[in-house]
Write a protein that binds this ligand. Structure first.
Ligand code: PMT
Length: 225
């Protein structure tokens, strides 16, 4: 019987990639499968939470007892996150959000015959979803981010923890082919203002349960459902 460490808590989780249209047939995205975020949603539900899972385009079944909101673009994920966070005690951002989107979405398919030889795409920065939630003065949940890094993993993750005003960050070395994007396994370091905890490599499903336990301890220690 799993410990009900999140009994009575409302939790919002983002998962998977976002996708930004270039034209009616093309998009910008990344290799996130959603496995990490979905595993966290399943673990949170098993721990007694009322879970809203905001999912980018992924091919995964909805975990038992979880309310799923499907989105495609970053703007749509932000809108869904803002709405769900109003009523949440805990917000966990496992999504791999596309940082830049095309400045203009072409109404018709972009043609290589139209003199488009180079510099075809002009990009603009997307909003930062987890930083937007963490910047709230009111209705601010406990906010946990991820950091997908390919070098200086801890240093870069600490930078994001501070810059985005997060309560905790899960540093993820995505240069390791045994973990990160699309793998069934992962290895992470949890960082907050109290220090760093490296967790052993494990299946994302197992790691998710461990993360939920540790996040609940930090977020709700001393509170009673
Ligand atoms: O989905 P899987 O295939 O299982 O892979 C899991 C994972 C590698 C995607 C996951 O473990 C992970 O690391 N997720 C974060 C991916 C990421 O884009 O990290 P980042 O370092 O670029 O972003 C830092 C944090 O800000 C993340 O919490 C991210 O969700 C959030 N963010 C980033 C940009 C943006 N515009 N809005 C955001 O909310």
């Amino acid at each position: 019987v799993p410990e009900q460490v999140l009994a009575g808590k409302k939790v919002t989780i983002t998962a998977g990639p976002t996708r930004e249209a270039l034209d009616p047939v093309r998009y910008l995205s990344n290799h996130s499968s959603g496995k990490m975020g979905f595993a966290i949603a399943a673990a949170a539900a098993r721990a007694g939470a009322e879970v809203t899972l905001i999912a980018g385009p992924v091919r995964l079944d909805t975990p038992a007892g979880v309310t799923r909101v499907d989105v495609v673009s970053t703007d749509d994920m932000l809108a869904a996150a803002e709405q769900a966070a109003d009523d949440s005690d805990l917000f966990i951002a496992a999504a791999a959000v596309v940082d830049f989107r095309p400045a203009i979405v072409a109404e018709q398919k972009i043609k290589k015959e139209d003199g488009n030889d180079s510099d075809v795409l002009s990009l603009v920065k997307n909003p930062d979803i987890v930083a937007t939630i963490a910047a709230r003065k009111n209705k601010r949940p406990f906010v946990v981010g991820f950091a997908a890094e390919t070098e200086k993993v801890i240093e870069h993750a600490k930078g994001k923890l501070a810059r985005k005003n997060l309560d905790m960050i899960v540093a993820n070395d995505v240069s390791d082919p045994a973990g990160g994007f699309n793998s069934d396994r992962n290895q992470v370091v949890i960082i907050d203002n109290a220090g760093e905890t490296a967790l052993p490599a494990a299946l994302k499903t197992e790691l998710a349960a461990e993360l939920i336990k540790r996040i609940a301890e930090r977020a709700f220690a001393g509170t009673h459902p």
